[in-house]
Design a protein around this ligand. Sequence first.
Ligand SMILES: C[S@@+](CC[C@H](N)C(=O)[O-])C[C@H]1O[C@@H](n2cnc3c(N)ncnc32)[C@H](O)[C@@H]1O
Length: 372
Amino acid sequence: MDNEMIRYEQITGMHLELTTRCNAACPMCARNFKGKVRDNLEITDLSFNDCKKILTHSFLQQLEFVSICGVFGDPINNKDLILIIKYIYACNEKIYINLYTNGGIHDERWWKRLAECLNNGSVIFGIDGIDEVSAIHRRNTDVNIVFRNAKAFIDAGGNAKWDYIAFKHNQHQIEMARILSKKLGFKEFQVKKTSRFFKNLFEEDESLDSTIMPYGRHPIYDNHGNITEYLELPDEKYRNSCEGDLLKKIQEYNSLENYYDSVDIECQAIKTQGIFISAKGNVYPCCTVYQQVCYGELFGVTDERELNEYKIWRNYNTSAFENSIDEIVRGEAFVELQKSWKIKSIKCGKAKSCCRTCGKNINMHKAQHSIC
Ligand SMILES: C[S@@+](CC[C@H](N)C(=O)[O-])C[C@H]1O[C@@H](n2cnc3c(N)ncnc32)[C@H](O)[C@@H]1O
């Protein structure tokens, strides 16, 4: 049994949320609700000093991989970002860093500095079109500034990759974007097949805006809270390959909830030996459990089936400012979450986020990155 548990000494990867600030306003992002930043979202960062406190030299020594991404923010909005990257390398120069961003702020000098400090790491730019089409999803970004920044980063020797999230409104630009990515010097171009439309299939609480539209449509709001347009599923070729599996499970089990009740968990945090640290310095196995815990206080979800993770986390102190990461991983929150996988149903306490993300055989997050 112990081999199937998350174990501190086996952790080799860290997903780090350095801020809840963002310059963009992507319609499907957890930080936004009906066109506005969620009322209860605490705007906060992990500063350079915070990182020195919670990410000890010995912890960083055991890591091979750091993903600077997050759930509620964009890392380039953290003013200490470059100092933090330098600190990580000072503790372990062999770590591989991936930094995920919309690339929409800062001047060219800043991007040159980022390239110079990032060693062999990569910046993954989220650009969802080749012109103003990109800002339909990456709201509040200017694609010309993003390309200017990416070019400054690449010209200074940085490894840049391009992630393109496919929707109906931008799929016609995918092949042009692929060609452009080569011309601009991006090392990789990847079509990301979003799993976020699936939320309509398994969430019912009104405080989750995935529930507002039928499956396959997601509203885009203006700054006054009016729906102006919709994000829609792209053609089959660009869709997340789990779509068919999920729709089949609904037929077979009558609902995804019934399927989730029966599914065995194959935890990706265990498999990939990863851990997640939030912008407040709290520790979770992964970003999915983190977001689900936030459904409690931050999102104001009242559907009890969505709150099992929240009910576990609210009982324990999982702050890396007050405990070592080792203590937290061995502690009650992690143990209870893992025990919940054997509970007979979500209604009785089985963690829903684990069922939907790490259910055996259906891995919709992995499918987001399938090649096409
Ligand atoms: C909240 S973002 C944080 C990092 C950064 N703001 C960014 O855009 O890359 C976390 C991840 O979600 C991805 N993302 C944003 N909108 C998405 C969507 N509709 N479907 C799937 N992934 C999405 C981003 O590309 C990023 O990799």
